[in-house]
Design a protein around this ligand. Structure first.
Ligand SMILES: Nc1ncnc2c1ncn2[C@@H]1O[C@H](COP(=O)(O)OP(=O)(O)O)[C@@H](O)[C@H]1O
Ligand SMILES: [Mg+2]
Length: 440
């Protein structure tokens, strides 16, 4: 290192001065190395940052456009080139309006001007030119400021509206389809239980009606005999003649039978009246009218109706208390028991000696009815799902999967519960529990 000009005479430096110079050089050099290292580290950081930004920008599914104050494109990113079908590099420095459908530029440049003025972001629908023709995009316009808070332009983030709208429309369509399918299934279950009910009722009514019919038939026959006898009296027949006619017409026996026929017809009619009464109770809707009723009787009626309506031969046994009073809507309870008995009968299709047992009892202030079957039981994997709406293991057209979920809801509306109490290879047991009715 030579700092002297050539025409100055060379002066000898003393040792002290040399040491100072060397130390200064040393220090400067090590500062230089430090500085260099820091610069390199910053460079690396900058590089990483740039790569990070680039990767983030390119993975954004929205399009990104950075606009300078003159509304020219400064930077792009995201899905812009995909959406517009142009190479992004060629856009830099070009006016934003080049990307827009003719006539769409005014609204956007107005929005940009406003954002730059009041620095509040806005969202606007703008039509861009794409390979598929003009496409509306939902564009949010946000202000871009320099470190000193001066406006530098704006950032546009856009997303194709059509895509969003289509996705939304598809979602809505499948939602509607699902709703329709559900409504149909509910309707199906309603019809199915109505069908079961009607079949049971028809069967039930058939008996007493034929009873009434047979007895009125007998009454008609007796009436004819009396008419014959009275005609003979009227036409002045002699006492012996009348006596013979009485024997011939078996009038003494007929008088005795008359009472029986009338009683029989009355009994049949009363039975019909009771059935209609049952039906009325069943159809009484959930107006929340809760009364005290006998669970045993309700369960028996329900089971009778289901059994009459099915072709499967199945034995129904009643055990437990002879009477068990509950509070609630008896029509609702009947509906639940009908569902449970129907499920039990369905499960018994392949059982050798099919048996459904109804067992009512009072327990902890509740009246509990168990419906047991000796069917194959419910598998461990199915059991948690059986109360879910639409869960069914039955073939399409047979099961709707709504019986248990509706029944459980009915039980809850009546202040009770419906649970699966036990299940296994020897059968299942469902429990309907309702608040107990006051003892009489
Ligand atoms: N007693 C039972 N024994 C065996 N499985 C049953 C019994 N009761 C209900 N299940 C099961 O629970 C499912 C749901 O019953 P449910 O809600 O009434 O609908 P569905 O009878 O229409 O299938 C049935 O498909 C069946 O798999
Ligand atoms: Mg069912």
């Amino acid at each position: 290192m030579n700092t002297q000009t050539p025409n100055e005479p060379l002066q000898a430096l003393d040792d002290e001065t040399w040491r100072d110079v060397v130390t200064a050089i040393d220090r400067t050099y090590s500062e230089l190395v430090d500085y260099q290292e820091r610069l390199e580290a910053q460079n690396r950081e900058l590089d990483e940052m740039r790569q990070f930004m680039a990767s983030v920008l390119s993975s954004i599914s929205e399009m990104l456009i950075v606009i300078d104050r003159a509304h020219n494109i400064e930077r792009t990113g995201g899905a812009l080139s995909d959406i517009l079908g142009i190479d992004t590099a060629s856009m830099i420095g070009t006016p934003l309006s080049d990307l827009l459908e003719a006539g769409a530029g005014k609204a956007l440049s107005d929005a940009i001007a406003e954002v730059m003025r009041d620095r509040r972001p806005r969202v606007i629908e703008v039509s861009f030119l794409t390979p598929d023709g003009p496409t509306p995009l939902d564009v949010s316009v946000s202000p871009r400021l320099d470190p000193r808070g001066r406006s530098q332009g704006v950032v546009l983030v856009g997303r194709p509206l059509g895509e969003l709208r289509n996705a939304y429309r598809e979602l809505e369509a499948s939602h509607t389809a699902l709703q329709n399918a559900q409504a149909q299934l509910v309707q199906h279950e309603k019809l199915a239980s109505l069908g079961r009910l009607v079949a049971g009722v028809a069967h039930e009514l058939n008996n007493p009606i034929s009873f009434v019919y047979a007895n009125t038939h007998a009454l008609e026959k007796y009436t004819r005999r009396f008419e014959t006898y009275f005609d003979a009296v009227q036409s002045g027949a002699s006492r012996p003649e009348l006596g013979a006619l009485r024997d011939e017409l078996k009038l003494d026996r007929t008088v005795k039978n008359l009472r029986g026929a009338i009683d029989g017809a009355k009994e049949g009619a009363e039975r019909v009246r009771d059935i209609v009464e049952d039906l009325r109770r069943l159809s009484a809707d959930g107006t929340g009218e809760k009364v005290r009723f006998d669970m045993v009787q309700t369960a028996r009626t329900a089971a009778d109706w289901v059994v009459r309506g099915t072709k499967t031969p199945v034995r129904i046994a009643m055990d437990g208390a002879a009477q068990a009073f509950a509070m609630g809507n008896p029509g609702h309870a009947q509906q639940v028991v009908m569902n449970l008995v129907q499920n039990a009968i369905d499960a018994l299709a392949d059982t050798a000696d099919p048996l459904v047992t109804l067992h009512a009892q009072a327990r902890d202030g509740k009246t509990v009815l168990q419906v047991r079957d000796n069917g194959p039981g419910i598998s461990e994997s199915d059991a948690p799902a059986i109360f879910d709406p639409f869960f069914t293991t039955k073939p399409v057209g047979k099961g709707t999967g709504l019986g248990l979920s509706i029944s459980q809801k009915i039980a809850q509306e009546n202040g009770g519960t419906l649970t699966l109490a036990a299940t296994g290879p020897n059968g299942s047991c469902f429990e309907l529990s309702l608040p107990a009715g006051d003892p009489e």
